[in-house]
Design a protein around this ligand. Structure first.
Ligand code: GLU
Length: 357
């Protein structure tokens, strides 16, 4: 029995003419219902709201990107969730909607609140269907795409595996259309294959293979297995879980020494950082060594920004150009500023809340 997060991309749920791909959706629900009946706990991260809404509304005047995202997602999300609810009902399964945004991941309190909601749903047999709340997300504070969101969710619920369903079988050793390129079946945590990734965006969604690769490598390094596979392959989900050798895919092998849940949260929180702490060379060396150390004020030479205890901060080197670590602040920026360079003070960031980048 495992905890599985399945990310379904807009391209899987949208036909070339922009209409919802009901066939793919019902086939995926069918497979999720099968896995659910076997006792697996499943969370869906589903894109497709914007794409779905586009085919439903005829706009009267040109819309800017924000207006169109808001309008189409408002219309498309209910369409999408209704279809899911209908399909799951046929199996006697109850699904629930979670619409979220970046702010819900930025403080430990908000994070645990959201985690609590999802855990309660899972404990009560409800399948959470997650999407970004595109109607209110501010452009500069949006998730890069739902691949990023699915990575955050997988880390949040301590998933055993994240399955990213796309319109391609996985990562290839060249351009997927090139006859010489072959599918890479598994990627170890140390490998850097970013040069193989085709940097094109998907047709209907925001994502692309490079973000998928980056999210997958990061999660695998934290101890979560990630699989990229083609969403409209017959029985893809069930096969990936029950006999993966039968289905083409790329698996990111998880590092043996995974991270604690709290460190996973911090690892994904760099973009919520409220401020920066600059540290001297010696402190950088100590942090980057294998020793278990907290960040002490004695090695800090400056700060930038304002934060409260518990907020996320980034730790930079002396030259101020390289982020070495991300952590949960143990002191407010005011207290941190007063203890800079001093001996015998409380740590700026405790080891348990420090993630080395
Ligand atoms: N949240 C967007 C939607 O439902 C999708 C974002 C993405 O393409 O990753 O349309």
């Amino acid at each position: 029995m495992s905890k599985i997060v399945v990310k379904i991309g807009s391209n899987v749920l949208t036909r070339p003419d922009g209409k919802p791909n009901i066939t793919n959706m019902s086939a995926l629900v069918d497979q999720v219902a099968h896995l659910y009946a076997k006792g697996h706990k499943i969370v869906l991260v589903s894109s497709g709201a914007v794409a779905c809404g586009k085919s439903d509304v005829f706009v009267k005047k040109d819309l800017n990107p924000v207006e169109s995202r808001q309008l189409y997602s408002a219309v498309g999300q209910i369409r999408l969730i209704n279809l899911y609810a209908q399909f799951f009902n046929a199996y006697g399964i109850v699904a629930g909607q979670i619409l979220t945004q970046k702010e819900n991941f930025s403080s430990r309190e908000a994070y645990l609140n959201q985690r609590g909601c999802m855990m309660t749903m899972l404990e009560n047999g409800v399948i959470p269907i997650v999407n970004e709340n595109d109607t209110v997300s501010l452009t500069e504070l949006m998730f890069t795409d739902n691949d990023e969101l699915s990575g955050l969710i997988a880390a949040m619920i301590d998933a055993d595996v994240l399955i990213i369903l796309s319109n391609i079988d996985g990562i290839f050793s060249g351009h997927p259309d090139d006859p010489g390129a072959s599918l890479i079946p598994s990627i170890s945590p140390e490998a850097d294959l970013s040069q193989f990734i085709k940097v094109t965006k998907s047709k209907h969604g925001r994502g692309g293979m490079l973000t998928k690769y980056n999210i997958a490598s990061k999660l695998a390094a934290e101890g979560v297995k990630v699989i990229i596979a083609k969403g409209d392959r017959r029985n893809v989900l069930v096969d990936l879980i029950e006999h993966p050798e039968d289905v083409p895919h790329t698996a990111f092998i998880p590092a043996v020494e995974g991270l604690s849940t709290v460190k996973r949260w911090i690892a994904h929180s760099g973009s919520f950082s409220k401020g920066r702490i600059f540290i001297n060379k010696k402190a950088s060396e100590v942090l980057l060594s294998d020793n278990i150390v907290s960040l002490l004020p004695i090695g800090a030479i400056g700060i930038e920004g304002e934060w409260e205890e518990g907020d996320i901060v980034s730790i930079y080197d002396e030259e101020k150009d390289k982020c070495i670590a991300i952590g949960k602040a143990n002191l407010s920026s005011l207290e941190a500023g007063e203890s800079l360079g001093k001996h015998g003070k409380k740590p700026l960031v405790h080891y348990d809340y420090l993630y080395i980048v």
